[in-house]
Design a protein around this ligand. Sequence first.
Ligand SMILES: Nc1ncnc2c1ncn2[C@@H]1O[C@H](COP(=O)(O)OP(=O)(O)OP(=O)(O)O)[C@@H](O)[C@H]1O
Length: 323
Amino acid sequence: MTAVPELEDLAIRTTGLGKSFGKRRAVNDLDLAVPRGSIFGFLGPNGSGKTTTIRMLLGLATPDAGSISLLAEPMPAAAARVLPRVGSLIEGPAFYPFLSGRANLVRLDSADRTSNASTRHRRVDAALDKVGLGKAARLAVHAYSLGMKQRLGIAHALMAERELLVLDEPTNGLDPQGTREVRHLIRVLATEGTTVFVSSHLLSEIEQTCSHVAVMSNGNLVAQGTLEELRADGRPLVSLRTPDTGVALAVLERLGLDARVDPVPAGDDGVLDAVLGSEAPEPERLVEELVAAGVRVRGFTVQAASLEERFVALTGEGFDLVQ
Ligand SMILES: Nc1ncnc2c1ncn2[C@@H]1O[C@H](COP(=O)(O)OP(=O)(O)OP(=O)(O)O)[C@@H](O)[C@H]1O
């Protein structure tokens, strides 16, 4: 069992966090624990409550239940002290297309009453360098690719030293090159010690970048841990090849397995797939029972579940797995 982390070791902690819109429970009883130094993927299909959670974390929406700690300080009570140490990119700031990337950042920073004007130009240049836009700093934003605009948005979030960066779907709508640029940037920021909390509806995104993951489905947290922990949690899958699919299905269901007939047959035989839950009998017993019931077993395999299968099982259908 993993030890319960101390509040000091967590960049974000929520306890029983919830919010409804009318009758819709957008976020329900959410307990998040985001370790400092992690790249934490917040994964879930569209509408599962990710943006609502992020807005509550940043004090942009009011929870109707639960509590939030950011960098070990209570939110929203300590917002004035905490938020300057947190960078965020939610919908992306609106940039003026005919101003350069640099001029846009200077403008946005000037509009921020908490920012220090005497260090402005130095901070803007440092942020542009960090996201790899140093050379394009003087180009008008309308000439930027989507990936460059997104990196400019992240540069805006990095105009002060940040301990935590919160990014809502930062690769949404980007082409593969833009996606790679943002992914690379996230990794670089994490190696410098910034905790990165990043939401996505794409498993591939989270799998390639993150050390930890939380999975949302319909406003509920359905899994949380390191990627390795989630992989290890997956139940093995059994696949049975037989001409006697009807009898086989009845036997597997009697033994407590949630089996289904694969729509793609293997030659003359049908194929049945089932998840081997923790309550299910050993695979050897399954074969014995099938044979005893007269099922002609022509193929039987047991396979560890992939992370993808695990997430589909957790979130149900309609989950975008790839871009
Ligand atoms: N301001 C609002 N008023 C009413 N309903 C809302 C509001 N904001 C979100 N919702 C509803 O709350 C639920 C969760 O939405 P949320 O935007 O948090 O999900 P999400 O996981 O971020 O999805 P997406 O990736 O599409 O933004 C949805 O059913 C959404 O329609």
